[in-house]
Design a protein around this ligand. Sequence first.
Ligand code: WTA
Length: 635
Amino acid sequence: MDQIQLRTFSDYEKAYAASINDPVKFWEEIAAAYSWQAPWHKTLEWEFETPAVKWFQGGRLNITENCLDRHLKERGADIALLWEPNDPKEQEVRLTYSELHNEVSRFANVLKAKGVKKGDRVAVYMPMIPELTIGVLACARIGAVHSVVFAGFSSNALADRINDSQCVCVLTADGMYRGSKALPVKATVDEALEQCTSVESVIVVRRDGRDVTMVEGRDCWYHEAVVEVDTDCPAEPMDAEDLLFILYTSGSTGKPKGVVHTCGGYMVYAGYSFKNVFQYERGDVYWCTADVGWITGHSYIIYGPLLNGATTLMFEGVPTFPDAGRFWDVCDKYGVNQFYTAPTAIRALMACGDEFVDRAELGALKVIGSVGEPINAEAWHWYHDRVGRGNCPVVDTWWQTETGGIMISGLGNLSPQRPTYAGRPLPGIQPVLLDAESNEIEGDGVEGYLCIKHPWPSMLRTTYGDHERCKNVYFSNYEGYYFTGDGARREEGMYRIIGRVDDVINVSGHRFGTAEIENAINASPLVTESAVVGYPHDIKGQGIYAYVIVDGATQDVQAVRTSIIDTLVAEIGAIAKPDVIQIVPGLPKTRSGKIMRRILRKVAEGDTTNLGDTSTLLDPSIVEIIKADANQLRK
Ligand code: WTA
């Protein structure tokens, strides 16, 4: 894969120009760096109306052959996976490429023994332990479609996702460690499965040794099943456009949707983007702190690094346990060369003071990355100066679950740096800024809706079971373009992401639809109606601000708060807890019944003097009450 690495800024410029002049030829050359069981006959076929996008049609491959088998001859003894446990006193795990290959093959054979077949969907609800990565790759090995669900989601959220894609199997663990806590995992699966009929088997990895209930005929222990199987499992031949995985993510409306990625294009782009953004060299130790439950973990803990024969580090714990120096201690312990985290973590650690980062060496760091939300200037400088010691480039990587891989970013130390700007598009990526009338805005110093006008290999193909939704959400607002949902600014060819322009809020890098949170809040018996908006939050980027109308008979404010929080934790998970709950007598609605969110956003931001025109409201006096109460809450 070294042949796909860009080594200078001029390499990048040439590659970018080539990718625009002749995208098909460009991607053919990149794809040729991978191993294919059969060549493709049509590189690209596409239209953005239906939409229908197909890459490398006719090509046959298995992504795990590219992640594992291909490296065995030359890199079999190189470390593939490093695992750092929650508790620094516990022993780490180091798996070479040949060991990981064996482990994946064995897990794949356990899946087969449980009757899981090519095309079946498998839900993966696991803590950050090596078996999570092994289990994901085992699914891909046999052609089963993995649907990883972040282990912080509630049983209801898990059940929704299992049911939406009719999973036949769940991979899980007994419990998990997070900082000083041990939490149940299997018990949550059991609760979820009370609502699911499609699941035939549950495979449970032992982690914290707690007592769990095992359902006869359905549940088995991984450590018992694995001794019964062979270490050899041939990789299932997959069509380039066969499904590789589904990953649920939130949008403006309705329930989270299952973003679908396919085998060939995803592989080609995950490997290419990893190599170039992080400028990985053999022997480097690369660490991405995300959870595998999100797209960042899929593409840049598992697939991107392994496709390149890299050493990827997986961390079970949290940044502040045993103290706020843990990230930097882990960097020193393994000599981490590339470090990739989220602005929310950077801001949280920055707030803990400099002594933790200053006591570390961090001498091996070469590239430091950021992902998931806009990085503010203060956090950027702290990251650059303190963590990077002023001599590591910050790659601010903009992308989405739907894009499969990094779209706009600097490439290691090749690209010019500009704090708060993600930078230039990767080769093959054609971003545009549109105005409200779908016109492309040319030139520099301009802002608009960020869209992409040409397909790239790892773009989503559909939303599982509902292609119409995929069309409506991403391809209908601006005809002929993929719409990202983000607003952006362009300056000297570099893009700065301003944030979401739809009803999606980004809390600590986690995406939520405001409607999704409102529906959950409305499930509380004490609530009549609610409206949720995001507001700027020093650490989380955005906080959740909920305006709720309570049932007329309810007097007890504390009981309302508790009920709302309990309901949200049950419907979505603890990550969706609101930061502010304001009880209101009514919501600012227009005469046609539409909530004027603009006003609610302003109030949540603390800007109550500049609310704009409220004359079209059904009852403008409501705004005065909301304003006064908000000021009261702030005191
Ligand atoms: C936001 C995460 C600014 C953006 C990989 C996008 C960012 C959403 C950046 C996708 C960045 C991601 N700068 N904003 N570098 N990276 N975003 O699907 O609003 O969890 O649309 O994918 O996060 O979130 P998702």
